[in-house]
Design a binder for this molecule. Structure first.
Ligand code: SF4
Length: 141
């Protein structure tokens, strides 16, 4: 079986043909460089994607925060990951880079906020109450 893949590793966009038999890659043609071979092999056998979406925020200045996975995940697991993300709700404030979920669908990928959301009715910093991050006694002196 020949799978055709457009390499997106650079703007040239080579069309690469991957010959697969019995689940094994037999031949790869059409790539102009080794990056294209690696990309096409991965894409033909186990396509990977970074997931970018949003998560519900409770008590925030906006109801959603944009998020993305910190690494590509198998495309076949995206429905399972999106189901988990839809059930997720985080309390404001949310910081850029804050990890909102770990090991999505067993992939090891983390879900990371890509923007900050302040608490409703607050201005300035999004740091919030340090007791929320460090426990009731706050950060160590
Ligand atoms: S195979 Fe190489 S030259 Fe072609 S699109 Fe991919 S990275 Fe670019």
């Amino acid at each position: 079986m020949i799978k055709r893949v457009v390499c997106v590793s650079c703007p040239v966009g080579c069309e690469v043909a991957v010959d697969i038999a019995d689940g094994q890659v037999r031949r790869i043609e059409g790539n102009r460089c080794p990056r294209g071979e690696a990309y096409a092999r991965q894409e033909a056998v186990e396509p990977m994607r970074v997931v970018a979406t949003s998560v519900k925020v409770v008590g925030g200045e906006r109801p959603l925060v944009s998020v993305r996975t910190d690494r590509p995940v198998p495309r076949r697991l995206i429905p399972e990951i999106m189901g988990a993300v839809r059930r997720l709700a985080v309390e404001a404030p949310v910081e850029i880079g804050q990890v909102l979920a770990e090991d999505l669908a067993g992939t090891g990928a983390r879900l990371v906020a890509t923007r900050a959301v302040r608490r409703e009715g607050t201005t300035g910093t999004t740091a919030g109450d340090p007791r929320r991050q460090f426990g009731e006694r706050g950060p160590a002196p």
